[in-house]
Design a protein around this ligand. Structure first.
Ligand SMILES: O=C(O)CCC(=O)C(=O)O
Ligand SMILES: [Fe+2]
Length: 234
């Protein structure tokens, strides 16, 4: 089993110091050939595997997480290679990722600010394919006596530029406290609030047009039900 301290040893140089704990950003985590292969596998899935939501569509692999426990399904080999590689870095404190969400965003699409919640081990790892995006982080709504309503704008904290082929790992406060979302825009204009800018090669003021982005959101669901338990077998 991987030592939980391994993550520091393996990933320490990728930590984003400009953000609250903890963000690791690894540019070019996969090659162009691997990116091409993963996109091919995603688009090879049968049509019913896709769920259309407002502003994006998704594929769920590994089972449906729920409070009673996920009825775990084996991940396909093309995903296992990457879930195992990321788990070996120590991202899940010695556990192995068992769940992958594939999200597809066309230019102009995004995802509302949200928390990933308690069904997952509090680490989310994301491989991006096909396009960059800008992931925005927000402070939670706080209960104050103040009459002033808190807007999305006033709660905005920082952004991360997530380039194609990169690996992003969020843990600790960046998982548990802050919300994340993606604005539904067709291009991103980089501001001084992009916390990982120095590891991207991009600069403040750059305008980056979006193309279709496919993200692999790789997590560990601790509470699983084995199928043979359901059948009453040992
Ligand atoms: O596409 C992404 O990078 C974010 C996806 C996300 O936040 C989620 O699936 O919970
Ligand atoms: Fe999320």
């Amino acid at each position: 089993m991987a030592n939980p301290c391994d993550i520091a040893a393996d990933l320490g140089k990728y930590i984003v110091k400009e953000a609250p704990p903890t963000v690791y950003y690894v540019p070019n985590f996969i090659t162009e050939a691997e990116e091409e292969y993963l996109l091919q596998q995603v688009y090879r899935a049968p049509k019913p595997k896709w769920t259309q939501l407002s502003g994006r569509r998704l594929q769920n692999w590994g089972g449906l997480p729920n409070p009673k426990g996920m009825l775990a399904e084996k991940l396909p080999d093309w995903l296992l290679k990457y879930t195992e590689k990321i788990s070996a870095l120590g991202a899940f404190a010695g556990k192995t990722a068992n769940h992958v969400l594939v999200n597809e965003y066309k230019p102009g699409e995004g995802i509302m600010p949200h928390e990933d919640g308690p069904l997952y081990h509090p680490t989310v790892t994301t491989i991006s394919l096909g396009s960059h995006t800008l992931l925005d982080f927000y402070k939670p709504v706080c209960q104050t006596q103040s009459e002033i309503p808190q807007t999305e704008e006033s709660r905005y904290m920082l952004s991360l530029l997530v380039q194609q082929r990169s690996l992003l790992i969020l843990q600790d406060d960046m998982y548990k406290i802050y919300l994340h979302g993606i604005r539904g825009v067709c291009e991103d204009i980089l501001s001084e609030h992009v916390a990982n800018l120095s590891s991207t090669g991009a600069q403040v003021g750059d305008t980056l047009p979006r193309s279709t982005r496919v993200s692999l959101t790789i997590r560990h669901v601790p509470k699983v039900i084995r199928a043979n338990l359901l059948l009453g077998k040992k």
